[in-house]
Design a protein around this ligand. Structure first.
Ligand code: C5P
Length: 223
């Protein structure tokens, strides 16, 4: 890290969600996804590097933060992540929602390991709370919200809908259609759409560089 303490970031309180969530089916099984947490952790480190305060609320990942000043809260399920975010939202200046939150969870997770018996097995699922949308609905004027969207088509159009629905200031769009981009990879290719209708597309870069681009954009957005 090239130290770049910056008056925009100094003393600002950032809340970041990162990683996947795991939704229990029984005590040993879960529904999850391939999110690595790399983008959220890269953002946390870069914000700390620039002098910001970070509360990182993360699902299960192998990532480690490099800056001791980053406060880390480990959660497992979407509900746990939601509770942690709600607890910290009021004192947040900027929320960055990189987590790949599971959209559904099993209605009745079993207390004991499910035995195999019948040929087919159904697990009933119910919707999880939308954490970002809750923050958007419970925001005060000074708070800034950055959402992420993984879209496979009509990037800008779908991004604009998401921006409005979730009351976010910026949506970072990435697409699995780009080679070497998004889930699990070390690189990503993003576009950013903001609520002033500015749209900017970036080159394929390392997730560290992507984090810097997002933070530079945020700084410009505010000025
Ligand atoms: O609606 P969609 O899942 O595409 O929105 C993605 C954005 O919303 C991401 O920023 C993600 O972290 C956030 N999100 C959330 N809680 C959910 C679902 C998505 O915070 N339950």
């Amino acid at each position: 890290f090239e130290s770049q303490k910056n008056p925009f970031f100094a003393g600002k309180k950032f809340l970041i969600t990162a990683g996947p969530t795991h939704e229990a089916i029984d005590p040993v099984r879960f529904i999850g996804n391939h999110s690595s947490g790399k983008t959220g952790f890269a953002l946390a480190d870069e914000i700390a590097n620039r002098g910001g305060e970070v509360m990182l609320i993360t699902g299960p990942t192998n990532q480690k933060v490099q800056f001791d000043s980053v406060r880390c809260l480990n959660v497992v399920s979407a509900e746990e992540m939601f509770n942690a975010v709600k607890e910290h939202w009021q004192k947040t200046d900027v929320g960055i929602f990189t987590a790949a939150v599971a959209d559904y969870r099993p209605v009745n997770p079993a207390n004991q390991k499910i035995k195999k018996s019948q040929e087919n097995l159904s697990v009933e699922l119910m919707r999880n709370p939308d954490i970002l949308a809750w923050c958007g609905a419970n925001r005060s004027d000074h708070q800034r919200i950055v959402g992420f969207a993984l879209e496979t088509e009509n990037l800008k159009e779908n991004g604009a809908k998401k921006l409005e629905k979730k009351k976010a200031n910026m949506i970072v769009l990435n697409t699995t259609a780009d080679q070497g981009a998004a889930f699990g990879h070390d690189t990503n290719k993003i576009s950013i759409l903001d609520d002033h209708n500015n749209f900017k597309t970036f080159e394929l870069k390392s997730k560290k560089e992507v984090a810097s681009d997002i933070l530079d954009y945020l700084k410009t957005y505010e000025s």
